[in-house]
Design a protein around this ligand. Sequence first.
Ligand SMILES: Cc1cc2nc3c(=O)[nH]c(=O)nc-3n(C[C@H](O)[C@H](O)[C@H](O)COP(=O)(O)OP(=O)(O)OC[C@H]3O[C@@H](n4cnc5c(N)ncnc54)[C@H](O)[C@@H]3O)c2cc1C
Length: 386
Amino acid sequence: MLRAATWDAVVVGGGPAGSAFALELARHGRRVALLERTHRAQHKVCGEFLSRETVELLSYLNIDVDKLGASSIDQFRLTTGSRRAEVPLPFRARALSRLRMDEALLAAAAQRGVHVARGARVSGVESIGSDGAATTEGIKWRGGVVGLATGKHSLRGLTRPMGAMVGFKMHLEAVNAARLLANTVQLAFFDGGYAGACLVEEGVLSMGWVMRSNMLSEVGAAWNQQAEFLARQSPIVAEFLEGATPLFEKPVSTAGIPYGFLRSEPIAPMIYPLGDQLAVVPSFTGDGLAIALASGVAAARAVVASVPASRFQRTMVRKLRLQFRLAGALGALLETSALSGVTVSAARLLPSVARQMIRATRLRGMGDFGRPIASALGVQQSEAIE
Ligand SMILES: Cc1cc2nc3c(=O)[nH]c(=O)nc-3n(C[C@H](O)[C@H](O)[C@H](O)COP(=O)(O)OP(=O)(O)OC[C@H]3O[C@@H](n4cnc5c(N)ncnc54)[C@H](O)[C@@H]3O)c2cc1C
């Protein structure tokens, strides 16, 4: 028999989207339960680059990334093969491990009065009359609204199209990286994918990379096979991997990433899809975290203003569509050998491609704490959490 627990809001998933939703609702006095399947902090697939919008949104949620040890980034290096271009970022970014960031958000939520349940794996969400509910082993968590924030993992009945890409992350102790990646985020494109690299807290090298899943049988999934492959694609990657010590037994990975996915179909009036369950932007934009946080905050404000999930989704999807189109086109350009060949042969074009990449893929309407989204939804702005 299922026990029942009733809340104003039930949040499924304790990544940045779920935590932001919970925090913003709690500050409006709502009773919130957040259900996170992991028992303790874990490493997650991510490049761990924090754009200016991400840093601003975290600071709005009372998370000071500098206090958490984030490194500072103001340069962008783009490479294809042995060609490279370096351009200044038009803003100061940071890099911080997801392990540290996600745990800080969950701790802030708990401190704010959110009931954070760890080891709570949700098997499904449903609507019951005008309420929503999420089911974990033995408990039905009933809430006036449900935030669906399971990120890369889809719940039964709420699947997204399977993408062709697989993503990985590894942390390394790498002596060469301190010199080659100081204040720099690096993106190395190759035929069928790309690798991002930056230094996170304590000078650890964080590498996140994606490739077409059909390349895996040839490359192999083990770290040494992946490292050899990545080093062959890019001399600078080879340089900072030389003599580097991996800090995980194997890379963390995720398959079938549905890049470009935008959930415009409503699930139910009280079920709000957030973060990667709402929109999956190509990883190289470094904006996934900002979308996750901004969607969490904006959805909470929509709930407070009684705006149904369908209208929230429509507004978000409309705001994101152009950025998604541009990012998709740029990614396709750089990931295919023929076209990256064009950029390689016209090396002088690379800096302008790099600049264009920063400009064209920047998040629209998410910065400034989602102010444009809030006004499109007709909901009030609120001040930073005290
Ligand atoms: C290779 C790669 C590199 C990237 N690099 C960057 C980058 O550098 N910068 C950037 O801004 N973005 C980057 N992104 C995007 C970013 O990682 C995501 O957009 C972001 O993590 C989405 O946040 P989320 O909260 O929606 O989901 P997630 O971060 O995936 O969190 C979901 C949470 O839900 C929990 N969960 C899942 N299923 C259940 C369940 N059934 N019950 C309970 N809990 C559950 C999970 O354990 C997890 O804690 C990258 C993505 C990839 C794939």
